[in-house]
Write a protein that binds this ligand. Sequence first.
Ligand code: CA
Ligand code: CA
Length: 591
Amino acid sequence: MSKFAAGKGFAVTALVAAMSFSGMATAGVTDKDILNDQATTGDVVSNGLGLRGQRYSPLKAVNTDTVKDLKAVWSFSFGGEKQRGQESQPMVKDGVMYVTGSYSRVFAIDVKTGEELWQYDARLPDGIMPCCDVINRGVALYGDLVIFGTLDAKLVALNKDTGKVKWKKKVGDYKAGYSLTAAPIVVKGKVITGVSGGEFGIVGKVEAYDAKTGKIAWTRPTVEGHMGYIWKDGKKTENGISGGKPGQTWPGDLWKTGGAATWLGGTYDPDVDLLFFGTGNPAPWNSHLRPGDNLFSSSRLAIDPDTGKIVWHFQTTPNDGWDFDGVNELISFDYNDGGKTVKAAATADRNGFMYVLNRESGDFIRGFPFVDEISWASGLDKNGRPIYIDSNRPGNPAAATDGKKGKAIRAVPSFLGGKNWMPMAYSQDTGLFYVPSNEWAMDIWNEPVSYKKGAAYLGAGFTIHPTNEEYIGVLRAMDPKSGKEVWRYKNYAPLWGGVLATAGNLVFMGNPEGYLMAFDAKNGEMKYKFNTGSGIVGSPITWEMDGEQYVSVVSGWGGAVPLWGGEVAKRVKHLNQGGSVWTFKLPKEDS
Ligand code: CA
Ligand code: CA
C-alpha cells in the first residue's frame, strides 16, 4: 500500500471518528429503539415515551425530595413573528433534540448547549384550514430521518443532520380542509399518520408509509362505506370497505363527507400488535341530519399495522351531537384482577367519561365520569354505550318555527371536552392515570347546513363558559380499577398541556399561566413550579445524559381555547404568546 493511499484512509477514519464524537454519524433510530423507548432512559424516540403512550419514565434522580432544586439549564427560542400555540413533545437522540414549532417548523438543538443545529420551515400555501390554531405536536424519528406532518397535509421526512428534505408525500387535499398536526408514529418500519379536518366534512383515515422511502403501504378510511387499499409490489389493491358496506349507520350520502378525522394520531401496543386510533365527530355537527350511529365516528379503532384492517371498534358517542369527538389517546396497561392479568387500555373522552377496555377485543370493562358534571347522558349501559338524556341534545332546527335555529341547550362538558387532546400519563408505580381535564359548559344550538368543499360544515353555534369562578382546569389522579378520583389539583385557566409521570413519584405538567409544575404522584402535593414566560400547552419529557436526569418542556400559549373559548377566552386573554423550549436538571452536587 502506498503512502498516499494510507494517508487517505487515515483521513476518512479521522472524519468518521470526528463525526462520532459529535454524535452525527450514528445509525439513527431503529425499530428496536422505538419499541424499547420507555425503558431506555438515554433517549426519547417516540411520542408518549413509548408507543403505548404511557408517558411514564423509570428515572428517579429527580424525585419528591430533590425536585425543589430543579434548575433551568437553557431555553431555546423558536423566534420570528410566528408564535401561537406550541403543543409539541420534544424528542432526544444522541445529544440532539428534535422539536416542532407552530406553522409547521422543525428545530434540531444541541441538548448540551441549547444551540440550534438546523431549522426547517415548511412553505405553507395560503388557504390552509387548520380548525384549531397553527399547532404541531411533534416529530417521529426513524433511521436518519425526522418525519412530521404539515398544516397543508403533507408528511415530510428530513435528514436528521442537515434538516434537508429526503421525501415528501401529500396525505390529503388542504383545499378540502385536510391538515396534519399530530406526531406520526413509526411501527415496524412504517410511519403511521391520521388526518385533521372533521369540521370541514373530510373523510377521516389512517395511512401507513414506508418510513425510509415514503412509499404508501396502506390506507384505511374511518367512515363506514369507503374502500381501503393496500399496496403490494407497488400495485394498489382493494382491501375491503370500512364497515362492510355503505349506508348502514348513515342516512343517504352523508357518509361521503362523514368526518371521523383521526386528528390526534395513535398509539401502538406490541403485546397485542394493534394500532389504536381515535376518530373525531361525524360531520356535520347537527346530529338531526344524520340519524344513526354514524360509524366509525367518535370511536376508538384497533387497526392491524401490517394491513390496515379494522380489528375492533368501540364507539364512545354514537350519533355525536356535541362535537365530543373520540380521538383521545387509548393507553395500554396491564392490571391484576384476582390474580389474573387483564390486558387493558384506558381513555378519557371529551364526553366526560373515562373508559377501561379489553385491548385484545375492544370489550367494555368499565366506565365512569372523570368530571364533576355530565349533562347529556345519565350513565353508561353494560356495553359502555351512553344512556342519553334526549332533552339535553341540541334541538332540531327543522322543528323550529322559522326552521333556522333549533332549541339551544346547556351542555356539559363543552365541546372542548372534559379532556381534550392533551395526553394523560399512567404511572406503573401508583397504577393511577393522571388526567388533565377541564370543567366548562356550553350553550349549543343547531342550524341547517349543507356540504361545500373547503367550507366549515358544522350546522351548529355555541358559546363556551366556565362552570365556576375559581377554576376550569383540574389535573386528576384517577384509579382505573375503582373509577375513583384519588386527588385533584385545580387550576384557574383551562389545562391544555400533556402530563408526564416518573418513578421519582412525580407528575409533571404545565399550565397556561406559564408554570411547569411537579406534583407528588401519590397525594397531589405541589412540589415544584417554575415560570417559563408564556403558557405551557406542550407535553414534558425526561431523559438522562452523562448520568444526570433532564426535563424539557415547550412553552407558548395558544391552541383551541383562545380561538373558540367564548367566555373562557376572556378569562385567559391576558396571557402572553411565546415559543420556546426549556430544559432543566438538578445542580451537579444534588445528583
Ligand atoms: Ca428511550
Ligand atoms: Ca371535532
